[in-house]
Design a protein around this ligand. Structure first.
Ligand code: SAH
Length: 248
């Protein structure tokens, strides 16, 4: 049970595996008014940057669960580096169906809502770990602009045009499943670049160092396709944000 190596290679230098940058993550933490001693469960916690930096900056603690052994190891190292290992735990495992032992103040899934089978399912999963009145954080894609054709839909890795909402449509969806959006940070084109562009150098360096590797051809293809999709489609059409929700 692990994340495919191709993703681990492409994101080997990432601390944040999503298109919101460190400044935006810190702004969100400030906006939420996080308090020392609050607890967070982060499903699909990646390299742990959100939990570790919020633990350092706001005194919260908690647990991250992620299916990648490589990212989980980096999350543990980051917790030690930031001096928060005493209150931040990172566990390797499948987060689908994961429920906290005790209710938490903040329940998050940032950029992996497939673990609950989509937005509504992930909200329902997180709800099982959240204390009444707690904050839920969910990272989601949306159409920043209406995609004009099928090439744009596919270039943004959406199955169909209807598989993503517009931003207003996403708000309506949260409303329909009984949640108030109470805060948010959105990716912009610069923060998208901070996520997408390091893939290119990571893959290129890996290719130079591993020319005969079984994955070399696949990684070359990934580099070409992803780079083109980013500049042709994603940067203009694909929105992404972290939404803070409270149950009505
Ligand atoms: N929340 C992190 C990581 C987002 S990337 C961040 O924002 O930086 C998506 C993450 O989901 C990856 O770290 C991947 O390993 C993890 N993942 C994918 N499927 C998973 C599953 N079933 N259970 C736990 N983690 C999963």
């Amino acid at each position: 049970m692990d994340l495919p190596l191709s993703i681990v290679i492409a994101e080997s230098s990432h601390r944040i595996h999503n298109p919101v940058d460190s400044r935006k993550q810190a702004e969100l933490g400030r906006g939420l008014g996080l308090k020392p001693g609050q607890t967070m469960l982060d499903l699909a916690s990646g390299s742990g940057e959100l939990l570790c930096t919020w633990a350092r900056d706001f005194g919260i603690g908690g647990t991250g669960v992620d299916i990648s052994t490589a990212f989980t190891a980096r999350a543990k190292a980051r917790a030690a580096e930031l001096g928060v290992a005493d209150r931040c735990e990172f566990v390797h495992g499948d987060a689908a169906g994961h429920v906290a032992d005790a209710p938490v103040d903040i329940a998050a899934c940032i950029g992996a809502s497939w673990i609950g089978g989509g937005t509504a399912g992930t909200v329902a999963l997180l709800e099982q770990s959240l204390r009444p009145g707690g904050l839920m954080l969910i990272g989601e894609c949306y159409w920043r602009q209406d995609p004009p054709d099928e090439a744009t839909v596919k270039g943004c890795y959406a199955e169909t045009k209807d598989s993503l909402f517009s931003l207003a449509g996403l708000f309506d969806h949260f409303d329909a499943i009984g949640y108030d959006v109470v805060e948010m940070v959105l990716a912009d084109q610069d923060s998208w670049d901070r996520y997408a562009a390091p893939h290119w150098l990571n893959i290129r360096r890996w290719l130079d160092e591993n020319p005969g590797h079984d994955l070399a051809e696949e990684m070359r293809h990934k580099l070409d396709v992803e780079r083109r999709n980013h500049v042709r489609y994603q940067r203009d059409y694909l929105g992404w944000g972290i939404f803070a929700l409270m149950k009505r």
